[in-house]
Write a protein that binds this ligand. Structure first.
Ligand code: NAD
Ligand code: TDX
Length: 331
């Protein structure tokens, strides 16, 4: 099978490529990635001999048409993915998340190629801390930020292309991922790399916001379950019952590093900050028999800390600029 992975040099996409190469020797992998600040070709170095990396933009219609035409399956990870960036400059989010997805869908339609769309739980907006309901595939869309609204728009394009043009497509909406190769602008790797540098973790607001954490390997095994057995036109929510508030996460990291559990700073909150995400993944579990393997958050986090300690060469070049960006925004 010839597989085209968009955004395969980013966090989740590179882990997906690693997992695919490891577990599916019959799959030929091509990656298209624009290698933005968030993409890093060295994230694919361990599998370089098994993967073709094309440096290119998913809004480039000619290139996308050619690569999709040479594939049997497209898995679309490429996106502008960071909420804070979308608040300072929404334009690249509109460009990549909406126009990029449209460009892929047109090529998929023309060539009759199977398509899987990677999306986020943030399209559903947020929940109250004490809300008994979790997000399901029936929850109405209610995104808060330029990031989540452009992801929501891209999901709706996929649904329309499936219904109106009959493309073979599935969508997955996953909760917050953690694990190796995540850019250090994101919450967990930012705090890990701060702690390595002896800098206190930075908590937005009071730290009461809840995220539903899932290890990236579990996200990607669910994506393969959907590709293998999912029904075309359907949406599957991916989550591993990993709800934690941000304060708990910071305190677990402080404990892992052997520091005092109150040794963190509160910083300016994110405007429009979603309070809580929580995923009901029963459809995926019941229909497709998927189960997460990383069910102990603390040990998953310990392994992630070890990875960042062992791979400083991977993240160090981006650290000063990332922190300068946060300092300018008051975070
Ligand atoms: P990331 O920012 O780490 O990686 C994105 C990749 O896309 C990078 O390699 C970047 O170079 C590439 N890219 C960006 N614009 C491009 C363009 N125009 N053309 C080609 N390549 C381009 O993101 P991530 O955290 O790995 O997220 C991957 C996908 O998963 C996204 O669609 C995101 O919305 C979704 N998602 C992420 C999470 C999470 O917790 N990180 C959770 C649920 C869903
Ligand atoms: O320094 C920080 N301090 C802090 O308290 C940072 C960077 C974040 N936070 C908070 C904000 C959020 O409540 O931590 C939480 C997680 O923040 P992010 O890592 O920025 O993730 P989030 O905004 O929840 O979005 C993530 O999950 C859904 C991904 O970035 C998205 O791509 C995905 O769709």
């Amino acid at each position: 099978m010839r597989l085209l992975v968009t955004g395969g040099a980013g966090f989740i996409g590179s882990n997906f490529v690693h997992q695919t190469v490891r577990e599916r020797p019959d799959v030929e992998v091509t990656v298209i990635d624009a290698l933005t600040y968030a993409g890093d070709r060295t994230s694919l170095a361990p599998v370089a001999d098994r993967v073709t990396l094309v440096e290119g933009d998913i809004t480039d219609g000619e290139l996308v048409d050619r690569l999709v035409g040479e594939s049997d399956l497209v898995v679309h990870f490429a996106a502008e993915s960071h909420n804070d960036n979308s608040l300072s400059n929404p334009w690249p989010f509109v460009q990549t998340n909406l126009i990029g997805t449209y460009t892929l869908l047109e090529a998929v339609r023309k060539h009759g190629v199977r398509y899987h769309h990677i999306s986020t739980d943030e399209v559903y907006g947020d929940l109250e801390l004490d809300d008994p309901a979790k997000f399901t595939a029936e929850t109405p869309y209610n995104p808060s930020s330029p990031y989540s609204s452009t992801k929501a728009g891209s999901d709706l394009l996929v649904r329309a292309w499936a219904r109106s043009f009959g493309i073979q497509a599935t969508i997955s909406n996953c909760s917050n991922n953690y694990g190796p190769y995540q850019h250090i602008e994101k919450f967990i790797p930012r705090q890990i790399t701060n702690l390595v540098d002896g800098v206190k973790p930075r908590l937005y607001g009071k730290g009461e916001n809840v995220r539903d954490w899932i290890h990236v390997e579990d996200h990607n095994s669910a994506v393969w379950a959907i590709i293998d057995q999912g029904r075309s036109g359907e949406t599957y929510l991916i989550g591993a019952d990993g709800e934690k508030n941000n304060l708990e996460v910071v305190q677990t990291l402080l404990e892992i590093f052997g520091f005092d559990k109150d040794d963190f700073d509160h910083v300016k909150d994110r405007p429009g900050h979603d309070m809580r995400y929580a995923i009901d993944s029963s459809k995926l579990r019941t229909e497709l028999g998927w189960e997460p393997r990383y069910t102990d958050f603390r040990s998953g986090l310990e392994a992630t800390v070890e990875w960042y300690k062992a791979n400083e060469a991977w993240w160090r070049p981006a650290k000063a600029a990332t922190e300068a960006k946060y300092a300018a925004a008051g975070h």
